[in-house]
Design a protein around this ligand. Structure first.
Ligand SMILES: Nc1ncnc2c1ncn2[C@@H]1O[C@H](COP(=O)(O)OP(=O)(O)OP(=O)(O)O)[C@@H](O)[C@H]1O
Ligand SMILES: [Mg+2]
Length: 504
């Protein structure tokens, strides 16, 4: 069978490091082929080379058996290749329709607006995709923004579609819809390259290529491999998926929230009468489908959103309405869910990002000057501990792979917090080896006496880490349950808005 796409001997270097090393890869018509590998293994780089975003140093790309030159994304699109990036590249102030046709018209590959609208409506209908073409992108939740990217590729008649961690920003329900549509695309002869860290998704594909430090270590049929084997190939060791949580009696109360209420841009209630408390040595899990108030809850707790009513007490002190700075000074660490927009300054180095917000601390100063050497030493230590894949501590955070950027934020917050950690989706986008490490770190902090609020869409994370789980639905807490006496199914009922049967 002729391959839809073939890559031969592709090598891509960035200053001082090799991101793709002599990669061979092929994609069959109608196939879903996963790229699997640790954070920084070179998956996004390989995709970006295929899509003409990066120019490889060596190697040849073939489309339908013919050698092609892909010098830019426009070339890629002409050859029927589409890509949805790990970090979206939409213009928030434009509508969905404008985002799709802008750029394509100028380069002579798109249609007039009216024709574009017709074509897009037809595509949406045939795949059952629901998106308002006239909505502004800034109004859309991230999951919906992804549909825009996928629509754009279909609109440009992609026959080969590269999806870089598409489900990292989707709820489980949205992920299922995406997989149905991917299946439909394959049935129509499209070929898909899917990048994901989730083993369950890898196992739904036809074949998987495992990358390690830029090299291909294996290409396997998923029907002939297992999650355990894939993880071993990826990290070169066994990863235990269950971390042992020692029994610990909660200590004194650290954070208490009472009757917290907050409204959104249009006056709608986003948090409704939320109450809970977290004590030393305790992890309070927050379960819920994304978009049910978790983000707003964390924003209020870390001081970037003002509550409209209710009390927040930190070790007895009323802190509602304090600035993020004041809360940081009181020992609150915050890992936001949108790491690139809120957590990092892309132009700053890893070292600078690791002390971001703490540059004035005496720890990092000698007299009036920043103590560059102390900061560099610290950064090298963090790079080693968290296995951050980077040449050294001077690399700009914007050049890190998605997972490695996340590690910088986690390292900084774990380093500076003293007492309370607010973690919103901390393991999103991390490879399974690093997830295990972060889970151990959370438990270590719990052991040291921290109080931790941990939101995760992965119920398995919450069941293995949390001492209690609060379930959010439409801005309310539906119930707070004990994971030792509650099943995942019962939590699922609360997540869908059912009430708790009187347990606490
Ligand atoms: N523009 C760039 N400049 C310098 N180095 C880069 C650049 N883009 C990527 N790299 C480096 O290349 C390596 C591979 O990164 P890549 O983004 O391909 O990893 P990945 O497999 O997609 O990881 P993740 O799962 O974390 O997204 C990393 O070490 C990264 O720091
Ligand atoms: Mg990546």
């Amino acid at each position: 069978m002729t391959t839809a796409l073939r890559v031969e001997g592709l090598t891509k270097r960035f200053a001082g490091m090799i991101a793709n090393d002599d990669v061979n890869f092929d994609l069959l018509p109608g196939e879903i082929h996963c790229l699997f590998g640790e954070n920084g293994a070179g998956k996004s780089t390989l995709s970006s080379c295929i899509f003409g975003f990066y120019r490889p140093d060596r190697g040849q790309i073939f489309v339908s058996g013919e050698p092609v030159h892909v010098g830019s994304p426009i070339d890629a699109i002409r050859h029927g290749i589409g890509m949805v990036h790990q970090h979206f590249v939409l213009v928030p102030e434009f509508t969905v329709l404008e985002n799709i046709i802008v750029g394509t018209q100028r380069s002579g590959i798109g249609l007039k607006a009216a024709d574009a609208r017709k074509k897009l409506s037809r595509i949406c209908e045939s795949y059952g995709i629901v998106v308002d073409l006239d909505a502004y992108v800034w109004q859309l939740p991230v999951g919906r923004q992804q549909w825009v990217e996928i629509l754009k590729a279909l609109y440009l008649d992609a026959r080969i579609l590269i999806l870089d961690e598409p489900t990292a920003v989707l709820t489980p329900g949205e992920s299922r819809i995406l997989f149905n549509i991917i299946g439909e695309m394959c049935a129509r002869g499209l070929s898909i390259i899917l990048i994901t860290h989730k083993l369950a998704e890898v196992m739904q594909s036809n074949r998987v290529t495992v990358l390690r430090k830029g090299r291909v270590v294996a290409t396997l049929k998923t029907s002939e491999t297992s999650p355990d084997e894939l993880v071993r190939l990826m990290v070169g060791r066994d990863v235990s998926f269950s971390v042992a949580k020692p029994a610990l009696a909660p200590g004194e109360e650290v954070l208490a929230v009472e009757g917290l209420t907050a409204r959104g841009h249009w006056g709608e209630t986003v948090l409704n009468n939320i109450s809970f408390s977290v004590a030393r040595h305790e992890i309070l899990g927050i379960a819920g489908v994304a978009g049910n108030g978790q983000k707003e809850l964390f924003e209020v707790l870390c001081g970037v959103r003002k509550p409209d009513a209710g009390a927040i007490r930190l070790r007895g002190e009323d802190v509602a309405g304090l600035t993020p700075r004041a809360l940081m000074d009181r020992g609150v660490g915050h890992i936001p869910d949108d790491r690139f927009r809120e957590g990092l300054v892309p132009e700053f180095s890893i070292a600078e990002n690791l002390v971001l917000g703490w540059q004035r601390s005496p720890k990092y100063r000698t007299g009036l000057m920043m103590d560059r050497r102390a900061i560099a030493d610290l950064a090298r230590d963090m790079i080693a501990q968290y296995q951050i894949a980077a040449r050294d501590e001077t690399v700009a955070a914007g050049k890190l792979s998605g997972g490695n950027a996340q590690k910088v934020i986690i390292a900084r917050e774990f380093l500076h917090a003293s007492g309370l950690i607010l973690a919103n989706q901390p393991t999103r986008g991390l490879d399974v080896g690093v997830i295990e490490y972060v889970q151990r770190q959370l438990l270590k902090k719990r052991g040291e006496g921290f109080a931790i609020v941990l939101a995760s869409e992965e119920l398995s994370d919450l069941f293995s880490l949390a001492d209690r789980i609060a379930v959010m639905f439409k801005g309310e807490i539906m119930g707070i349950v004990d994971p030792r006496t509650t099943t995942i199914a019962e939590v699922g009922v609360l997540m869908a808005g059912g009430r708790e049967g009187g347990r606490s």
